[in-house]
Write a protein that binds this ligand. Structure first.
Ligand SMILES: NC(=O)c1ccc[n+]([C@@H]2O[C@H](COP(=O)([O-])OP(=O)(O)OC[C@H]3O[C@@H](n4cnc5c(N)ncnc54)[C@H](OP(=O)(O)O)[C@@H]3O)[C@@H](O)[C@H]2O)c1
Length: 441
């Protein structure tokens, strides 16, 4: 801090002192001196709102006053910035709206709120000339939001491939590295604090889908609707598919794929996918996140780090607080989301194109292969290879087809017809194969 700079005090109202709120509080205390030197602002949490102000906390709120009512924060004329870390989409929505109407910049890590109600919130931010910051909402400590908004402002985004849910990546990594079942890996994730007691939002794919909606919306300048995205969770991924995928040279990852086709239509989908073992995303293990962004000028770039947890996530929240403080003093360029009309349309999910892996359990008799192949042929879907892998259980005859690129519509219809064949014994398992190539169709 040079003598010519005057230290400015910025007062922060923190709503939520749970896992992330506590991290923000502790780390602002820890690195407050560094932040003062770097930014010229003394960033002080002076009021905190929690659900239960009488609850015993790991650290006492010190000089900050606590309340059980977040409205007191919003109404407090002394507070410059509101940080929303209460989670959920109902009260958090009211809180963010009230803060924007009170002309206070908002920092939030709430991906569900932004994915579901982003357009309303950014419209309100625009009307009130106050920004919303949300770096912590996607990929925890990885500064991917700022990268898309600023670092890549001069790029058309060709595609984004992301492993953006640490819980699912932990479970799938354990299943492939150690051969444990989905249930056992999930139980370990819960014991180690990587998964919530109710893991539905994570394992259903929706947590990653919320983040993908935010990344896609920022990349393509229109807010993508949740109903226009394809979402499939990891609950159905079997040990058998992980094993066969490995024999074929692939690793199964919960992958979010965002890309525009040549007509400018944007596809946003999250699903367990086969990724070539040699590709860098196949090597992302445990609870880590990685986001691969392909810009037309910059080419391929990769961002890797911890996608959740107290310290990494609070690092992003603190960065947003510092940015909000600078905005208060030097003015803002935008409200957090800049809509434009260069893209503007979601690609219908049925028209999205991928290669596919199909695993069938079939009757061990002649002619089966030809009958299944005929169904794919009638649907206009090419078969790139057929494999009958070794199966220790002699009662089961697995048959694996690797399909050429086809639309989801065609593959869905073909799979319905295949499942109806009398030689097919169980419900077929089919997954997308990501070749990691440029968009097709
Ligand atoms: N956990 C992560 O790794 C992570 C990563 C990225 C983003 N996020 C996002 O960060 C947000 C917070 O997550 P978290 O894990 O910190 O949640 P959490 O541990 O459940 O903490 C929630 C906090 O909010 C308070 N709260 C809840 N409802 C409230 C209300 N109506 N009024 C005032 N306070 C209220 C709770 O008060 P009490 O303490 O009194 O119960 C608690 O302190 C969520 O939006 C989440 O999606 C989390």
């Amino acid at each position: 801090m040079t003598a010519s700079h005057q230290l400015r005090i910025v007062r922060i109202g923190l709503a939520g002192l749970g896992n992330i709120g506590l991290g923000v509080y502790k780390n602002l205390e820890k690195n407050g001196g560094l932040l003062r030197e770097r930014t010229g602002f003394d960033l002080k949490i002076t009021r905190i709102a929690v659900r239960d102000p009488d609850k015993k906390r790991e650290i006492p709120p010190g000089g900050a006053r606590s309340t059980g009512d977040w409205r007191e924060l919003v109404a407090d004329p002394q507070l410059d910035i509101i940080v929303e870390l209460i989670g959920g989409t109902t009260e958090a929505f009211d809180l963010v709206c009230a803060a924007l109407r009170a002309k206070k910049p908002v920092v939030t890590g709430n991906k569900a709120l932004l994915a579901e109600r982003g357009p309303e919130l950014f419209r309100l931010a625009e009307e009130n000339h106050v920004p919303i910051y949300f770096e912590a909402a996607v990929a925890g400590g990885i500064p991917i939001i700022q990268t898309l908004q600023e670092g890549f402002v001069g790029n058309h985004i060709r595609s984004i491939h992301g492993i953006i849910n640490g819980t699912c990546n932990y479970i799938l990594t354990r299943m492939s590295a150690e051969g444990v079942s989905y249930q056992a890996a999930l139980a370990d994730a819960q014991r180690l604090g990587f998964a919530e007691a109710d893991p539905t939002l994570d394992v259903s794919g929706w947590d990653a889908a919320h983040k993908a909606i935010i990344l896609a919306s920022l990349s393509y300048g229109f807010w993508v609707k949740p109903e226009d995205t394809f979402v499939q969770g990891i609950e159905q991924v079997s040990q058998t598919d992980i094993r066969f995928a490995a024999q074929l040279g692939y690793t199964i990852k919960l992958l979010s794929v965002i890309r525009a086709d040549e007509k400018g239509r944007v596809e946003v989908r999250t699903q367990p996918s086969l990724v070539p073992q040699g590709h860098v995303l196949a090597s992302i293990g445990g609870a880590f996140n990685a986001v691969l962004v392909h810009g037309d000028i910059v080419g391929e770039t990769l961002f890797y780090g911890k996608g959740a947890g107290q310290d990494p996530t609070s690092s992003s929240v603190i960065s947003d607080i510092a940015e909000a403080a600078a905005t208060l003093h030097y003015g803002s360029r935008h409200s957090g989301f800049v809509p434009h009309g260069l893209y503007g349309k979601s690609k219908p999910v049925d028209e999205t194109i991928s290669n596919f892996y199909v695993r069938l359990t079939v009757a061990d008799k002649p002619g089966v292969l030809a009958r299944v192949a005929a169904v794919f042929g009638e649907s206009g879907i090419g078969i790139s290879s057929v494999i009958q892998p070794d199966e220790p259980d002699a009662r089961i005859t697995p048959l694996i087809f690797m399909l050429d690129a086809a639309t989801l519509r065609d593959v869905r219809a073909a799979m319905k017809a295949v499942a109806a064949l009398d030689c097919v014994r169980e419900e077929p398992s089919w997954l997308r194969v990501e070749t990691m190539s440029e968009p097709q169709g």
